[in-house]
Structures are given as structure tokens and as C-alpha cells.
Design a protein around this ligand. Structure first.
Ligand SMILES: *[C@@H]1O[C@H](CO)[C@@H](O)[C@H](O)[C@H]1NC(C)=O
Ligand SMILES: *[C@@H]1O[C@H](CO)[C@@H](O)[C@H](O)[C@H]1NC(C)=O
Ligand SMILES: *[C@@H]1O[C@H](CO)[C@@H](O)[C@H](O)[C@H]1NC(C)=O
Length: 363
């Protein structure tokens, strides 16, 4: 009896006195999935052409070095981590991703990927969405071997998750070339339906793997990115605008359906297209000089080719909404994360991140 109760006390001490407070004192974990808008450097470790590991990428990062982020400085996940009071989770493929670093969370995103496996084929070796989810499972096994299964489960259940996908399925697949295979296979509305139904499966999988708070962004800026302006391909640009207009509302719809099925608000729609549109249509009121010309690039609007050491580079990155032909500057990322934090229901549905953090802190 005495033996049993000292065992009970010992385990109480272990559970409540030592281990739990150490984990609970940490900010919640953060997991990131998707494409280049949220990749923090996984592609540095892959044989792919979709990479951001040479200057001037990272020029305004605290290290002033390229990190693999498609930004002059911080990207959207970094700025969300700062709001959580946490370090940025490391790229899953980074050699430094081990030990205690695992408990911060993980970034599985890979530039160039889309919802469909054939999207981004031209970039060769990228981590497709189904693979990112497989890695998430492997990650959980690794963490389980350090802190045990049940603590791993609560770490994952209590985490914040961000996923960004869909843009490349249009830009780097359907509209990549005139008469692409996918565009011959499907008229746009049917293609959007295919994407939505495949995305729904991925999100369900994410839930099955333990995700309980998932921010889902819509397509990024597609039709208005410098790359599209530079090509002056009216058909493509109109197509991309139409694609976003079809895709984003249907995405929001399946997120509510999933929430209804689950019985609680797991999935949160972040209307990043609308967030972008605000500063694209009215750059000066957000402190930008231009929302059309990329900071780094060449050709019209600096929208042709890649951002390389030989490209034009604007002197003040806070004056441009776009960093390269496709991706926002750190300044634009800050505006987006401000809306994610405190935007109204038109931007964040059913609720913004401040509300989520307040709700989860009280339960
Ligand atoms: C992508 O490929 C994986 C592995 O072959 C497969 O399980 C998955 O269903 C595919 N996804 C789509 C959308 O085709
Ligand atoms: C695309 O296909 C249509 C009809 O199949 C054809 O008329 C057109 O010339 C093709 N365009 C290109 C650029 O191949
Ligand atoms: C967040 O959303 C709620 C509910 O829509 C709203 O009342 C609040 O003003 C928003 N911002 C913050 C910072 O909570």
C-alpha cells in the first residue's frame, strides 16, 4: 500500500511537478505546411530549381543572409511565431532540426508544391503535400520517443497549424503554358472542383494526424503579381483572377463543412487574397510606393525571370509590396499577419488569431 502510494506520488511529481510545467511553460507548438509563401528553407536541402538560398534573398533578415525564405526578411510563419512569443520552427529537413528544437514545432513547407502531385513538376524534387503529411507523422514518432506518446499527442493537439496551398496549381500547372495538360483535361470550374476535393482530403488527413487549430490561406496574389503583369498575357491574367474568384469561396465553404462535421472550429479561413487586394489596389495608404514593381528582378515590373545577385534591387524594401516576381516583401507579410491576428470576419472566418489565442488560453 505504502509502496503503491509512493509510486503514485512519484508519478504525480514526475507528471505535474517536473515534466508538464516545463512543456506548458513553452509557447504552443507551430506546424507549417504548403508552398513558397510559407517555406522557411526546406528546399535548400533538395535538388530543385525552386530555391531562395542565394543573395539578395534574406538581405533584411537579422542574419542578412539568404535562408531559403522567399522574402527579403521574415516570412508569414516567422511573424506568426513572433506573435506566439516563440522561435520560428525549423525546416523539417534542416540538420539542426533535432533535440529540443523539435518541441517548437516544424516547418514542412516546400516551394513549388500544390494540392496536386503533378503541380510544380518543373521544379523537380519538392516535398509534395502528401509527403509533408507523411513527414508530420514521422515527426510525431520522433517526438514520442523523447517525451512519450501522450505528451506528443497533446503537443500536437494544442499546436497552431498554418497551411498555404492552391496558388501553384494555377500558376505552375493549369496556366503554366497555353494548352497545358490539365487545361485540356478540365474546364476551369471543373479543375477548381478537383482541387477543392483533393484539398479536403489533405485537410481531413491533417485533422486525423492531430491538428486542432488550422489556419488555411487562400491562393496568394496571382493575377496581380509582377510576374503576370510582365507577361502581359491578358488571357492568363484574367484566368488567374477568375481562378481565385472560384477557388477561394469554395475553399471557405469546405472549411465550414469540415468544422460542422467535426463539431468545432478546427479550420480557420484566412482570406489572404482580400488582404493582398487591399494594398495592391491602394498601395500608398499602406505606405508602399508601388504594388506593381517587384523589388528584385528584371524586365517590365522586375517581373521576368528569377531574383538573383545580378537582378535589379530596390534600395528600400519597405516601399514595395512585392519582393520578387511572386512573393510579398517582409513589410507586406507584416500587413498580412496583422490581419490574421486581428482582422474582422471578412478576413478571418470564423475568427482571428487573437480570438483563437484568447479562447485556447482559457480552456
Ligand atoms: C499523390 O501521390 C500519393 C502517393 O502516390 C497518393 O497517395 C495521392 O493520392 C496523390 N494525390 C493526388 C491528389 O493525386
Ligand atoms: C490550343 O488549343 C487550341 C484548340 O485545341 C488551338 O486552337 C490553339 O492553337 C492551341 N494553342 C497553342 C498555343 O498551342
Ligand atoms: C478579432 O475578431 C473579433 C471578432 O470578430 C473582433 O471583435 C476583434 O475586434 C478582432 N480583433 C481583435 C484584436 O481581437
Amino acid at each position: 500500500m505504502a509502496f503503491v502510494s509512493s509510486l503514485v506520488i512519484l508519478s504525480l511529481v514526475l507528471v505535474f511537478g517536473v515534466i508538464v510545467p516545463r512543456i506548458e511553460a513553452r509557447p504552443r507548438a507551430f506546424f507549417v505546411f504548403g508552398d513558397s509563401l510559407v517555406d522557411s528553407g526546406n528546399n535548400n536541402y533538395l535538388l530543385t530549381t525552386a530555391r531562395a538560398d542565394s543573395p539578395p534573398y534574406g538581405i533584411d533578415h537579422p542574419t542578412h543572409k539568404p535562408t531559403g525564405r522567399f522574402s527579403n526578411g521574415f516570412n508569414i510563419p516567422d511573424l506568426i511565431s513572433q506573435e506566439l512569443g516563440a522561435e520560428s520552427p525549423l525546416p523539417y529537413l534542416s540538420p539542426e532540426f533535432r533535440g529540443e528544437k523539435l518541441l517548437i514545432g516544424a516547418n514542412f513547407a516546400s516551394a513549388g508544391v500544390g494540392i496536386l502531385n503533378d503541380t510544380g513538376a518543373q521544379f523537380l524534387n519538392v516535398i509534395r503535400m502528401y509527403k509533408q503529411l507523411e513527414y508530420f507523422k514521422r515527426y510525431q514518432n520522433r517526438v514520442s520517443s523523447i517525451i512519450g506518446t501522450s505528451k506528443t499527442k497533446s503537443l500536437v493537439n494544442q499546436a497552431l497549424v498554418l497551411i498555404s496551398a492552391g496558388g501553384n496549381d494555377f500558376v505552375n500547372n493549369y496556366y503554366l503554358i497555353p494548352n497545358s495538360t490539365r487545361s485540356q483535361q478540365y474546364p476551369l470550374p471543373q479543375y477548381v472542383k478537383l482541387l477543392i476535393s483533393e484539398y479536403q482530403k489533405l485537410l481531413q488527413k491533417l485533422y486525423d494526424l492531430g491538428a486542432r487549430r488550422v489556419i488555411v490561406t487562400g491562393t496568394g496574389p496571382m493575377g496581380c503579381a509582377p510576374a503576370e503583369l510582365a507577361q502581359r498575357n491578358r488571357k492568363g491574367t484574367d484566368g488567374l483572377q477568375l481562378a481565385a474568384a472560384l477557388f477561394n469561396p469554395q475553399l471557405q465553404q469546405i472549411l465550414s463543412q469540415l468544422n460542422n462535421k467535426i463539431g468545432t472550429d478546427v479550420f480557420i479561413a484566412a482570406n489572404t487574397a482580400r488582404m493582398h487586394n487591399n494594398f495592391v489596389s491602394n498601395p500608398t495608404s499602406f505606405g508602399f510606393k508601388t504594388s506593381k514593381v517587384a523589388c528584385c528582378g528584371q524586365g517590365p515590373y522586375n517581373g521576368l525571370g528569377l531574383c538573383t545577385p545580378f537582378s535589379n534591387l530596390c534600395p528600400d524594401r519597405n516601399l514595395n509590396a512585392f519582393w520578387d516576381a511572386f512573393h510579398p516583401t517582409e513589410k507586406a507579410n507584416r500587413l498580412i499577419v496583422e490581419e490574421i491576428m486581428s482582422g474582422s470576419k471578412t478576413y478571418m472566418n470564423p475568427m482571428n488569431l487573437s480570438t483563437i489565442l484568447a479562447l485556447d488560453a482559457s480552456t
